[in-house]
Design a protein around this ligand. Structure first.
Ligand SMILES: [Zn+2]
Length: 140
């Protein structure tokens, strides 16, 4: 029988891992390091990478950014690749009076994307206080 660690413990472990290792460019990598910390508390803890990311976002212990690639196709309901919240359409009116969707905006975490559906490729977790200019430009 395995145990599920509490959110507060996970959040504290994430915070500790980031303060020790700095930016981690992989959800799986972060989950592995967090599990190492948590297994000191309980050897039978189990934790998925997705849950680590969700708790990191909910408790705002780190900054989560995502690298995406084009998903192709069209979807009616686009969910935020960072936190999974249903995204809001950003509309613009054209000269001939039509409205077009120019992008999507996440109401929960302020992630923005262009109008084409994109799929998350890589999650990047960085300490809240660090400013990293690399990769911040060129978001479509
Ligand atoms: Zn979001």
């Amino acid at each position: 029988m395995y145990h599920i660690p509490g959110e507060a413990d996970v959040a504290a472990a994430i915070s500790y891992v980031l303060s020790r290792y700095g930016t981690i460019r992989s959800q799986r990598g972060l989950a592995r390091l967090v599990m190492k910390v948590l297994r000191n508390l309980d050897r039978d803890y189990r934790l998925s990478g997705v849950r680590v990311r969700q708790i990191a976002l909910k408790h705002r212990v780190v900054r989560v950014t995502v690298e995406t690639r084009e998903a192709g196709g069209t979807e009616l309901n686009i969910h935020c690749p960072v936190c999974g919240t249903l995204m809001q359409e950003i509309r613009n009116r054209t000269l001939d009076g039509k409205t077009v969707i120019i992008g999507y905006n996440c109401p929960a975490c302020s992630y923005r994307s262009g109008s084409l559906p994109r799929r998350p490729q890589r999650y990047i977790f960085s300490p809240l206080q660090s400013i990293e200019p690399v990769g911040e430009s060129g978001t479509g």
